[in-house]
Design a protein around this ligand. Structure first.
Ligand SMILES: [Zn+2]
Length: 194
């Protein structure tokens, strides 16, 4: 009996296409419900995706994710920070401030991105209603570091103030994602936890 050539088999090729792979060899089963597509990955990288905070997945360790990638999130409006007299900060975890945003301003969208940078784009509203985009320097949200107890960071323990200031000052995303792998998050080891 001669087997048919499965690389020519229409149903399998359609299935392969749906799985998002054109390779015939081994591949991890692609599930668009839990795995980012190539297009989603590049959108997340630059310029990022706009979404409501409730659409962001919160992992058991409190870090933020979209499908199988950790992300950071920020309110992309310059006036938002200016009104609060705060330097723009991005969130890397579901911290008290992000919880509050979710609760008090459920309609406020945030930019979600995987890009490692010291500055991100903000929308700037000018008197008269004109709007422009500006690049602005960012710092990490200290409530996030507290929520994660990142490198033992503690916002409220006086005894540790000097040390925590140093952790905050030394923070960079490359170090952060060395501790909290950014991508890809594995769903095989502990599927329920993600
Ligand atoms: Zn935060």
């Amino acid at each position: 009996m001669e087997l048919m050539d499965f690389t020519e088999f229409e149903a399998f090729n359609t299935l392969r296409e749906k799985m998002g792979t054109d390779r015939l060899g081994y591949f991890e089963l692609f599930d668009p419900a839990i795995h980012l597509t190539g297009q989603e990955r590049s959108q997340l990288e630059n310029p990022g995706l706009l979404m409501k905070p409730e659409a962001i997945k919160v992992l058991p360790d409190k870090t933020l994710a979209i499908k199988n990638s950790r992300v950071l999130a920020y309110v992309p409006i310059e006036n938002w920070f200016r009104d609060r007299r705060e330097y723009p900060a991005y969130h890397v975890a579901m911290c008290s401030e992000l919880e509050e945003l979710k609760r008090e301003h459920p309609e406020q969208e945030v930019t979600v991105t995987t890009r490692l940078s010291d500055d991100y784009e903000l929308m700037k509203l000018r008197p008269g209603g004109d709007m422009s985009m500006v690049n602005h320097g960012f710092v990490v949200c200290k409530n996030c570091l507290h929520a994660l107890r990142y490198k033992d960071f503690d916002l409220y323990r006086n005894r540790k103030r000097g040390y925590s200031q140093k952790v905050l000052g030394d923070f960079n995303l490359r170090d952060f994602y060395r501790l909290y792998q950014q991508y890809p998050l594995s769903f095989r080891a502990n599927r329920d936890s993600l």
